[in-house]
Design a binder for this molecule. Structure first.
Ligand SMILES: *Cc1c(COP(=O)(O)O)cnc(C)c1O
Length: 363
């Protein structure tokens, strides 16, 4: 059906699969005979318990999450996790951070409030346009963890190889690449993702945490809500959860599993999509992509004409042509196309066709 929707290249909240939106619409007024909308439903009801149980089960199946990892849904979006990671896992040792851009910088400054932090690698010297070599990091003996932002949404870089953590646990912010490709959960101590980039409605994070890292002995000043144990013990319902986001995310998990056919297939599609755009950018005379080829994100493609005025003109003309939200993040400028799981290849092809036209006019 044609809803006259834009190709929405927003970095988040971002596109959701049309099929999922249609399903949500169809269940809006009366969810499966319950007599009410999911938004109106008690989170303590049997119907809702089934929704959250299914969401977790589908995510576990999709990612192959091992038994000894807990899955929780926590409010506070991505940002609360910067603090929660440090409050829960930074003990008397050192939190080691790889600094690759805006979101890892935020994680670093938040962690400093709670303990000792060491930046073990950085790509600051080149405007965060690459991922530093993490094969032989100087990780202190008393390190509590090594932390990465696995895909820097604003800068458009991604880790294609995980750091050598020298036996310390790895913590990863996967917000803007969550479920974009297969993930070996056992390589991590904790994975978290704000869901509004690649899954569903904003205001919530999915946290996957290895059981033995859940602590009982937190500083008594840590808010009850900020303890992972609170959420694990409460089955993500210590207080009223973001019921709507969990419901919508659950639909996306099921869609990826049953309709797409899993994360291997999703990765293949994502590579095909990104190739369309990067291949064009490599030959373009007007647009250029600043990120090192081997570190380019499949999800957030950054580029620029090199001129602020021309970038602004591009954003405006693209919007008029049905392609929205192509402006780069305000902290770095330029242009950015976020092409998450839900962006169809037709959207990327339309964008490249439009860029070619724009180039012909302005070369
Ligand atoms: C968007 C984003 C965040 C922050 O998410 P909020 O829900 O807005 O707090 C954190 N990390 C990454 C990588 C992101 O893309």
């Amino acid at each position: 059906m044609n809803y006259n929707r834009s190709f929405n290249f927003s970095a988040g909240p971002a596109m959701m699969p049309e099929k999922v939106l249609e399903e949500i619409r169809d269940e809006m007024m009366n969810y499966r005979g319950s007599g009410m909308c999911v938004m109106e439903m008690s989170h303590r009801s049997k119907v809702y318990q089934q929704i959250i149980d299914d969401a977790e089960a589908d995510l576990r199946a999709l990612m192959g999450i091992p038994e000894n990892y807990k899955v929780i849904f926590v409010q506070g979006g991505g940002t609360l996790q910067f603090a929660m990671v440090a409050q829960n896992l930074l003990k008397d040792g050192v939190g080691c951070y790889v600094e690759t851009g805006s979101w890892s910088k935020k994680a670093i400054s938040e962690a400093k409030k709670y303990g000792e932090v060491k930046v073990v690698a950085s790509s600051k010297d080149k405007n965060f346009n690459y991922i530093p070599d993490c094969s032989d990091l100087d990780i202190p003996e008393n390190a509590d963890y090594v932390y990465i932002c696995e895909n820097e949404t604003i800068n458009g870089t991604t880790f294609n190889k995980l750091p050598n953590t020298k036996g310390k646990i790895l913590i990863s912010d996967q917000s803007s690449m969550f479920l974009s490709r297969p993930c070996n959960v056992a390589d991590y101590g904790l994975i978290w993702a704000g869901v509004q980039k690649n899954v569903g409605p904003s205001g919530m994070a999915v946290v996957i945490i290895r059981e033995d890292l859940i602590r009982e002995d937190l500083d008594s000043k840590v808010p009850t809500y900020c303890s992972y144990k609170t959420h694990v013990d409460g089955g993500s319902m210590y207080n009223t959860p973001n019921t709507w986001s969990i419901y919508c995310c659950g639909k996306v998990f099921k869609y990826l599993k049953d309709e797409i056919g899993g994360l291997e297939v999703m990765l293949k599609k994502n590579i095909e999509k990104a190739d369309v755009l990067y291949n064009f950018l490599e030959t373009s005379k007007v647009f250029n992509a600043p990120v090192a080829k081997e570190d380019r994100s499949l999800m957030n493609v950054t580029f620029t004409t090199g001129s602020e005025e021309l970038d602004a003109e591009f954003v405006k003309e693209a919007k008029a042509a049905g392609m929205d939200n192509l402006k780069g993040h305000k902290s770095v400028g330029g242009l950015r196309a976020s092409i998450y799981n839900a962006m169809p290849i037709e959207g990327v092809e339309a964008l490249v066709a439009f860029m070619k036209e724009f180039e012909a006019k302005h070369a």
